[in-house]
Design a protein around this ligand. Structure first.
Ligand SMILES: CC(C)(COP(=O)(O)OP(=O)(O)OC[C@H]1O[C@@H](n2cnc3c(N)ncnc32)[C@H](O)[C@@H]1OP(=O)(O)O)[C@@H](O)C(=O)NCCC(=O)NCCS
Length: 225
């Protein structure tokens, strides 16, 4: 018996190379895209102003270029996406429960952010202001424009009867998360977003809900949670 075992072991050792598993080589990540060349700002910097219906077309184009997959646009054609955006935008502005701020440089939209009133972000959460669609053109980033857009939206929300300003940020979006933290937002909850179901890579990361008390508002609605 021992002889057989020794022979089998010797045979195995001889064929050890045949038993090793093929090596898996991790595929190298694709090289990061070159950063967009920075553009100069005019002397007084961009103007931050409220969007009007007339801004819709250039705004839709900017947003589609920035994030064609946002808000379910991926399932729509470019034309449908534009129509969907117009519909939401006009309805929100007419009803007065959505405001969009633009950063304008030489008549071009170089950034935007919306704030809207939301009844619910989950079970039992009170009416609150919700920030969304913050975006700054890559060529103008890291010059305080994102911060100014969020500040303009927060100022708008102070006029509404809401106790909280909330937003969602993807867990791997460090740049945005740092900006929100600097502006006083805190993480309140984490969730695997519904949208992330079709974006496989973010399914595992999920999103965080950040919030900030709506300074200066005396709301009868109490605090979160
Ligand atoms: C997130 C985003 C809006 C930030 O816009 P931004 O204009 O670069 O924001 P700000 O300039 O106000 O702040 C960003 C950084 O620039 C720094 N900064 C601000 N003014 C500056 C200045 N004058 N000089 C140098 N740095 C400056 C800030 O301190 C901040 O640094 P930090 O990342 O270390 O905190 C932008 O990166 C973007 O559009 N990203 C893609 C869309 C997105 O992710 N949106 C958020 C969805 S939740």
């Amino acid at each position: 018996m021992r002889v057989y075992l020794a022979a089998a072991a010797a045979l195995l050792l001889q064929r050890a190379d045949a038993l090793t598993f093929p090596k898996f080589e991790l595929r190298k990540p694709p090289p990061a895209p070159a950063p967009a060349p920075q553009k100069k700002l005019s002397l007084f910097g961009p103007t931050i102003r409220k969007a009007q219906i007339a801004d819709l077309e250039p705004l839709a184009e900017t947003r589609l270029q920035a994030s064609p997959f946002a808000a379910g646009y991926a399932i729509a054609s470019r034309k449908e996406a534009g129509e969907k955006l117009s519909d939401l935008f006009c309805r929100g502005i007419e009803k007065g429960d959505t405001v969009c701020y633009l950063a304008m440089e030489n008549d071009d939209i170089i950034g935007s952010c919306d704030v809207t009133v939301r009844k619910r972000l989950g079970r039992g959460l009170p009416k609150h202001a919700y920030l969304k669609n913050l975006f700054v053109d890559e060529a103008y980033r890291r010059r305080g424009i994102g911060g100014k857009l969020v500040a303009a939206c927060a100022e708008e929300a102070r006029r509404w009867d809401v106790c909280t300003l909330a937003l969602e940020v993807e867990n791997d979006n460090d740049q945005a998360a740092r900006l929100y933290e600097r502006l006083g937002f805190e993480e309140k909850a984490s969730l695997a977003s519904f949208e992330s179901l079709w974006r496989f890579e973010t399914f595992f990361y999920g999103r965080s809900i950040l919030w900030k008390a709506n300074d200066g508002v005396r709301s009868s609605r109490g605090a979160w949670f």
